[in-house]
Design a protein around this ligand. Structure first.
Ligand code: GAL
Length: 810
């Protein structure tokens, strides 16, 4: 099907365009009516090839997320040396057991009536998984390698004016190319920019704020420009669109124009107040506008000080961060703004203030949201340099492509105020050996060349070695992954004067699952493929959250942490790498459906300093455990509390420095289970009851409670509402062991998009409207159509009352 761009225009033009900008620069997001097929096809790039039989898809698209899960996919008989394994064993589920391997082809036809002599057309990809080869009208315009990289091609010489053009993209994913689920396909947006030949270069503008006081901020703009005899007029607008300062220049230094514009009484960008400004930049030749762009930025100061770490706008700011992989659970890798916003909303409530885009370039949508919502971003680049972790990983491309990938990462994203640090890599095996040290220096210099304003880090796991060989001393900010016992020595011997927990915890748990006896374990495995939610289980290299907290509490030079991970992700089902059907991670603070595990409240009790946290675990449905010891923990920001079981006091517990656990958890370790009610009463620091919470033993499943994260969504065809479905008894108590098979019907102005229950061992597919509850819950995602109206979701299950919720699309 061909798309005629004028029709598309109305839908996709970026809203910030003024009338004049629309005349000189058109930006089309190529989202609808792509044709897609899997497998090698000869001549698929040729205009006369008939692709009518291919599937019609929209982009962003992940071809593998609909599965099915299959144990044989990317089964790897490997020895994971980073995990200190000594023998190769069969690993299933390492990349999610979804069909990402192989070739995929995309085709899209379009017309560009305004393209004519003197115009330039750029095709911009935010990422394509992977090894994209791009063809226009049958001719190859270029290729890229890294599936996470942003890249663009100038396609002016390949386009036909007034005729239909064909864009074809060939992608290929090799097996053993990743340590997690990479997704497959054009999973991020594609844009076509049509502009004058003369004008702003793509990603050629860098806005910084080198001087800031309460009275005045210096906004420094450097912009690379093609063409001569031009005048640049920049209006700085505040968040309400009011012009607060203007600058004009006609001077060019080589290919660059530079402006310094004063903004009075600047509103700083920060975590609590993410104030943003926009530079509206117009280029004139004589009186004629030739190009226009709008670039959003923030006025904030970022410094790093010995012994303290990040100083944001003059205030010491510790990283309360999480690492995130790029997949969106049941949506796969296909980027979706609403899904990302939901993740960040959940994390914000936890008190999280930072994200590490492990281990690759973040999506533009995520960066925009971090700017808008006030998150600090540690933008990462690579999981591998020249030495492999997986046979077909980035090591195949590093030498030829690393510079191009770093340049594009920095140039495309450097105006985002949320980015406060770059990361040159994660646990690369090149930490060993002299060559690696040279690469480290070269990479850091590259980042500095492209952006002299931000420091560079690297997530190191071979800490003992990097202490000896000098590798760790190179980085602006030494990032340590785990290795708490080496923090002291690293602080002592590294020259930087602080240590950052670039990766911490890797505690494992399954939402709503508790195992007895309650003990600290490493690499513990159970017959059901689940991990205990008492939050005492980790891997041999990792630790429970409390261990990280202690270092941060006791030493100011520990400048914060990035917990592995904020959300469970597809692939890497440690400690069940060899256990089928485990196919997704257990590391998340929230599960794959985005539902908080108990650990969420442990972090919240420390990180969210504004709101009350009072959370009890485990659930209280232990039929068969009557009279047996069933410890009760509370995660709370209160320092003491009393526990009651069916009205009988179990005593008061207080936080204390006595043990690692007692610093942050209130624990009643010898409670004997009896059905009924457990109640906790928390005390303020004067000893007065301040808050209470109860959990009841639930009866038989009876009906559903449906809760939407948003009951009003945009009728734009992309927006999402996430509806948490809980199976409850007749009195409304969650049935924590319910595993009923639920069926979903969606009617009206939206569609059923996906469902996920957070069970890492489930082989039910996310896009089919049926799934078992796990721990009594699951999350259904519905997507809006392009017309306003009501969406009705109905949830049905045998013997249970049907549940229903309405979502408004406006
Ligand atoms: C780290 C690694 C992460 C993940 C994690 C699991 O060593 O950087 O990508 O594998 O371990 O604990």
């Amino acid at each position: 099907m061909k798309t005629i761009i004028p029709v598309l225009l109305l839908l996709v033009l970026i809203s910030a365009c003024s009338t004049s900008e629309k005349e000189v620069r058109k930006v089309y997001t190529l989202s609808n009516n792509w044709k897609f097929t899997r497998g090698e096809v000869s001549n698929a790039e040729k205009p006369d090839f008939n692709a009518d039989a291919w599937e019609t898809v929209s982009v962003p698209h992940d071809w593998a997320i609909k599965g099915p899960f299959d144990k044989e996919i990317d089964k790897q008989t490997v020895m994971i040396t980073q995990n200190q394994e000594k023998v190769a064993t069969e690993k299933t589920g390492r990349t999610g057991s979804l069909p990402y391997i192989g070739v995929g082809w995309y085709r899209k036809t379009f017309e560009v009536p305004e393209f004519e002599a003197g115009k330039k057309a750029l095709l911009v990809f935010d990422g394509a998984m992977s090894e994209p080869q791009v063809f226009i009208n049958g001719q190859k315009v270029g290729e890229w390698k890294y599936g996470y990289a942003y890249f663009y091609f100038d396609i002016s010489d390949y386009l036909k004016q007034g005729e239909e053009n064909l864009l074809a993209v060939r992608l290929e994913n090799k097996g053993e190319s990743s340590r997690w689920y990479p997704g497959a396909g054009i999973y991020r947006k594609v844009q076509l920019i049509v502009k004058n030949d003369v004008g702003f270069d793509q990603w050629g503008t860098f806005i910084t704020t080198p001087f800031i006081s309460d009275e005045l901020a210096q906004v420094n703009i450097k912009t690379d420009i093609s063409g001569d005899d031009l005048k640049l007029v920049t209006d700085i607008k505040d968040a309400n669109g009011k012009v607060v300062a203007t600058g004009t220049t006609e001077r060019k230094f080589g290919d660059r124009m530079v402006q310094n514009i004063a903004v009075n009484q600047p509103q700083r960008w920060g975590i609590e107040t993410p104030n943003l400004y926009t530079a509206n930049m117009k280029l004139f030749r004589g009186n004629q506008l030739v190009d226009e762009q709008n670039i959003r930025f923030g006025i904030r100061s970022v410094e790093y000080e010995r012994g303290k770490g990040l100083i944001l706008n003059g205030e010491v700011t510790k990283f309360k961060g999480v690492c995130l992989h790029h997949d969106l659970g049941p949506l796969g890798a296909a980027v979706n703004r609403a899904a990302l916003k939901r993740q960040l909303t959940i994390l914000k409530d936890m008190g999280c203030n930072a994200i590490r885009s492990s281990h690759n370039m973040p999506s533009m949508e995520q960066l925009e949201l971090c700017d808008e919502m006030g998150f600090l971003m540690l933008a990462e680049s690579f999981d591998e340099w020249a030495r492999p972790k997986v046979k077909n990983g980035y090591n195949r491309f590093f030498n030829d492509w690393a510079e191009k990938d770093v340049v594009n990462l920095v140039r495309a994203t450097r105006n985002h105020p949320s980015i406060v640090m770059w990361s040159a890599g994660n646990e690369v095996p090149d930490q060993w050996g002299n060559q690696g040290i040279k690469i480290a220096k070269w990479l850091q210099d590259l980042f500095h060349r492209e952006d002299p304003t931000r420091p560079v880090t690297m997530g190191m796991d071979q800490v003992a070695n990097t202490l000896k060989n000098g590798f760790g001393a190179i980085w602006d900010v030494p990032g340590l992954n785990y290795r708490l016992p080496l923090y002291d020595e690293a602080y002592e011997r590294f020259p930087q004067g602080f240590i950052m927990g670039s990766e911490t915890a890797s505690t494992v748990s399954s939402r709503g699952i508790y195992k007895f006896p309650v003990e600290e374990f490493k690499q513990k495995k159970y017959a059901d493929g689940q991990c205990s939610s008492y939050d005492l289980e980790a891997c041999w290299w990792s630790n429970i959250p409390d261990a990280d907290f202690a270092w941060q509490d006791d030493y100011d030079w520990v400048i914060g942490e990035f917990v592995w991970t904020g959300f469970d992700y597809l692939g890497e089902p440690t400690p069940y790498d060899e256990y089928w059907p485990s196919r997704s991670s257990y590391f998340g603070i929230c599960d794959l459906a985005g539902l908080p595990k108990d650990r969420y409240y442990l972090y919240r009790s420390r990180w969210n300093t504004k709101d009350e946290t009072l959370h009890i675990l485990p659930h209280w449905n232990w039929e068969g455990r009557e009279g047996e010891v069933t410890p009760v923990f509370a995660y709370t920001n209160y320092n003491s509390a009393e526990l009651f079981v069916n009205g009988k006091s179990q005593g008061i517990q207080k936080k204390s420095k006595e043990t690692l656990l007692s610093r942050n958890r209130l624990m009643w370790t010898d409670v004997k289970y009896e059905p009924g009610t457990i109640k906790i009463v928390a005390f303020d620091d004067k000893g007065n009851p301040a808050a209470e919470k109860e959990i009841h033993t639930a009866g038989a499943p009876h009906h559903f409670v449906l809760n939407a994260d948003r009951t009003e969504i945009d009728a734009d065809g992309n927006d999402l509402s996430y509806i948490t479905v809980s199976v409850v008894d007749k009195d409304g108590n969650l049935c924590p062991n319910a595993e009923n098979q639920l069926n979903f019907e969606v009617e009206g102005a939206g569609d059923f998009k996906a469902v996920c229950n957070g069970d890492a061992t489930s082989l039910e597919m996310f896009h089919l409207p049926t799934m078992k509850a796990f721990g009594g819950k699951l999350v259904v995602t519905v997507q809006s159509q392009e017309e306003a109206g009501k969406i009705t979701l109905r949830v049905k299950s045998e013997d249970l009352e049907t549940g229903q919720i309405e979502i408004n699309c406006i």
